[in-house]
Design a protein around this ligand. Structure first.
Ligand code: GDG
Length: 487
């Protein structure tokens, strides 16, 4: 529930993301309250928020609504309003139809529209101004993701006293692709306004440093980018920007506890029974997005059926495709394509009592997700490009029984850590079929061995570790700056 707070809200720690981490719920009696969305980011911030308090700057999710700051639990929230035009051009347009496809290796062609870009600049400025207002002197401000890449530099200009951090949740492409962007220099200059820039993978950080070298002319030394010229004429840089990988994770203990609960285990058994007790269940869980390789997965599955390698009476593929960005055209096409394919597979291989693909176009509560993970013999993650892919980590965290096999795309960030998954190249349909086949046939002892290794990694590198590693680097950058500025 929400409480009013003083305005302007201020803190020594400010988080900035496109969306505030809360959802508005209307009670049956018509009253309105806010509850934190269950995302990993909120969990990651909890320990920090407890120590430092925090103001979170972001869009509350409604169009054309000016809201006063409010508090939910220990978090104070500073809403940034978006108009219908902002939403269409900054969010759906420039963020989700330019940057999203470009940064995912142009799986879908990005649109480059100057009106979208102008709106992106204007909305980024609005976020930067709100963050500047919310930050106490010398505060740390952590900016998130591809919607807000200009905020770090705008914020530095408004408030040179701040320590600024930026984390990109999605991949950063090779410069040959990034170079398509008409505003490539502005974007890079926006991001290097931060003191620390975090990426999911080693390769993303390397791509970024090389783009900065090429398009901004700033060289790097290891993970450090040398920006500007020192005012003392020494020939050194004005400042350093750390650009490094910080792979994000999940609250593994929480997922494990959920999966171990009596009700979730019961539900997992129920799910298998409702599916007609197939010998094997393959699961896919994705936002309905062209980056996730759902079409490739269906193609491989249907060919395995066609080849007679999978008996449709024995194996069920459950595909949860949660609705996403439904007003963007590329997503509408994708949905049509997937639904036609599912219909075709079920038409070709189904019987009156049984369909080989169970396709669910909706979101589920976390408990149901955990039960699905437990009910699945194989989880198939076949992303063509994915920053990390938390679903893969959630599956491992939930399998306290050390059973189940993970088929994981090399193109998901999670593949850098989950080396004991069955790693596949989803573009190679034969390879993908072989991977799914191997996972379906994997002996229990091998499942156990691999799952144990993957669980170790996910529990060691959990989301608390991610945020503390990142914030330790930010503190390090702050300390260096104080040293450099000392007389
Ligand atoms: C971006 C990057 C990066 C999905 N359906 C339901 C549901 N989910 C949850 C999953 C998981 C999350 O949503 C999805 O996270 P992913 O990492 O798999 O993918 P993106 O949404 O594309 O996230 C990605 C991530 O940011 C973090 O940096 O890993 O690469 O693209 O937690 O469980 N949750 C519930 N019901 C659903 O139907 N409750």
């Amino acid at each position: 529930s929400a409480a009013r707070v003083e305005n302007p809200v201020r803190s020594a720690f400010v988080v900035v993301s496109n969306r505030l981490p809360v959802d508005r719920v209307t009670e049956p009696d018509g009253s309105v309250r806010w509850r934190t969305s269950p995302g990993g980011l909120v969990t990651a911030m909890e320990p920090v928020v407890r120590d430092l308090g925090c103001v979170w700057v972001g869009w509350p999710g409604s169009i054309d609504e000016e809201l006063e700051p409010f508090a939910v639990g220990a978090m104070r929230l500073r809403p940034v309003a978006l108009s219908a035009k902002d939403f269409a051009e900054y969010y759906e347009g420039c963020s989700n139809d330019t940057f999203w496809p470009l940064y995912h290796d142009v799986i879908s062609p990005p649109g480059y529209h100057r009106e979208w870009w102008d709106r992106y600049v204007a909305v980024n400025r609005r976020f930067a101004e709100a963050a500047a207002e919310a930050a106490e002197p010398g505060a740390t401000v952590w900016v998130h993701d591809y919607q807000l890449q200009l905020v770090p530099a705008m914020l530095r200009e408004l408030r040179p006293d701040l320590v600024i951090a930026f984390f990109l949740h999605i991949p950063f492409p090779a410069h040959g692709l990034f170079g398509q962007l008409p505003w490539r220099r502005q974007v890079l200059e926006g991001i290097i306004g931060a003191d620390v820039v975090g990426f999911q993978r080693v390769a993303d950080a390397a791509n970024f440093r090389s783009a900065v070298r090429r398009y901004v002319g700033a060289p790097s030394n290891g993970n450090r980018i040398l920006v500007g010229d020192a005012p003392d004429g020494s020939g050194g840089p004005e400042r350093h920007v750390l650009a490094q990988e910080f792979p994000i994770s999940i609250d593994a203990a929480e997922f494990a506890a959920l999966a171990a609960s009596e009700s979730v285990q019961r539900r997992a058994r129920e799910i298998r029974a409702e599916l007609g007790d197939p010998k094997r269940v393959i699961l896919g869980v994705d936002r309905l997005d062209y980056t996730k390789g759902i079409r490739h997965r269906l193609k491989a599955f249907s060919e395995l059926l066609q080849d007679g390698e999978i008996d449709p009476a024995e194996v069920t593929l459950v595909q949860v495709a949660s609705p996403s960005r439904e007003r963007v055209e590329a997503y509408q096409h994708l949905r049509d394509e997937i639904e036609v394919t599912v219909g075709r597979i079920n038409g070709d291989f189904g019987t009156i009592g049984h369909s080989p693909v169970v396709y669910l176009h909706r979101g589920y509560p976390r408990e149901e997700m955990a039960a699905l993970y437990l009910a699945a013999d194989v989880l198939a993650v076949t992303a063509l490009r994915d920053g990390m892919n938390l679903v893969a980590k959630e599956y491992a965290a939930c399998r306290f029984d050390e059973r189940g096999a993970l088929v994981l795309s090399e193109f998901a960030g999670a593949a850098d850590e989950l080396r004991r998954a069955v790693l596949v190249n989803p573009h190679d349909i034969n390879g993908l079929k072989a991977g799914i086949g191997a996972a379906l046939r994997m002996p229990e002892a091998e499942q156990r061995q691999r799952m144990r290794a993957m669980r170790k990694v996910v529990f060691r590198n959990d989301v608390a570790r991610w945020s503390s590693d990142f914030l330790r680097s930010v503190e390090g950058a702050a300390a260096q700056r104080i040293l450099a500025e000392a007389p």
